[in-house]
Ligand binder design. Structure first.
Ligand code: ADP
Ligand code: MG
Length: 240
């Protein structure tokens, strides 16, 4: 689904991603862990070209999207992204947040988009929230709406950047539960998270990043229970 080859990214003269090579297969859940500032968000943002790589190649479903003639809008439609801070449109109802993309970018009729949105809201346990504005939602509800909004574009892959980091502790599990459900349904996912319980349970593979490098990758069992690299061992000793 996604292939990253020799990816480098610098901001000015500061290199923040160094020679990243990684593949994400269809149906896989790749979890990225690592300390703050290690380049996790930058890597995720490079995958859908919210950041332009300095060099290297990214392939999406076999097409090189780092090529000059790539239609960014089209690529992003196929990659849903969920951020730490929800990023819902504050002046639109929950329903309009979800139907905006399908109507304006995918040519859905209002009726088709509303039907899809109601299905997604039901899946998120939020059927009763269609007509409210984001300001009246809890953080956990807002993040589930953000997930529904991304899914409404019927993406091939979902990218999550610390989706539970801004939530009060009691709301973390409701968001992780819908993400787990999505994974069980076979959605291809790349998830940056500090929730190692989720990673252990849901990840197909875990990648540990430090200082712009992919240090180590493995199954949850390998990476969390039998890390090989000194930097991985040190990081896990602080967070496990
Ligand atoms: P993480 O998500 O792992 O915390 P980031 O990808 O956000 O790490 O950041 C990696 C490094 O890149 C950090 O040193 C950060 O300060 C730097 N960085 C991120 N975005 C920018 C930017 N737009 N301009 C300059 N430096 C940036
Ligand atoms: Mg980050």
């Amino acid at each position: 689904m996604i292939k990253v080859q020799n990816l480098y990214k610098s901001f000015g003269d500061k290199e923040v991603l160094t020679n990243i090579n990684q593949e994400v297969n269809e149906g896989e859940v790749l979890v990225i862990i690592g300390p703050s500032g290690s380049g996790k968000s930058t890597l995720l943002r490079c995958l859908n070209l919210l950041e332009v790589p300095t060099s290297g190649k990214i392939y999406f479903k076999g097409t090189e999207i780092t090529a000059k003639d790539t239609k960014l809008e089209e690529i992003r439609q196929h990659m849903g992204m969920v951020f730490q801070n929800f990023n819902l449109f504050p002046h639109l109802t929950v329903m309009d947040n979800i139907t905006f993309g399908p109507i304006n970018l995918k040519g859905f009729t209002q009726a088709q988009a509303v039907e899809l949105a109601m299905d997604l809201l039901q899946k998120m346990g939020l059927s009763d929230k269609a007509d409210v504005y984001p300001s009246s939602l809890s953080g956990g509800q807002a993040q589930r709406v953000a997930i529904a909004r991304a899914l409404a574009m019927q993406p091939d892959v979902m990218l999550f950047d610390e989706p539970t980091s801004a939530l009060d502790p009691e709301m973390v599990s409701e968001v992780l539960a819908v993400m787990k459900q999505l994974a069980l349904e076979g959605m291809t996912m790349v998830v940056v998270t500090h929730e190692l319980g989720f990673a252990r349970e849901v990840a197909s593979r875990i990648v540990f990043m430090d200082a712009g490098q992919l240090v180590e990758t493995g199954s949850p069992e390998q990476l969390l229970n039998h890390p090989q690299e000194a930097r991985t061992i040190e990081f896990l000793s602080k967070v496990l």
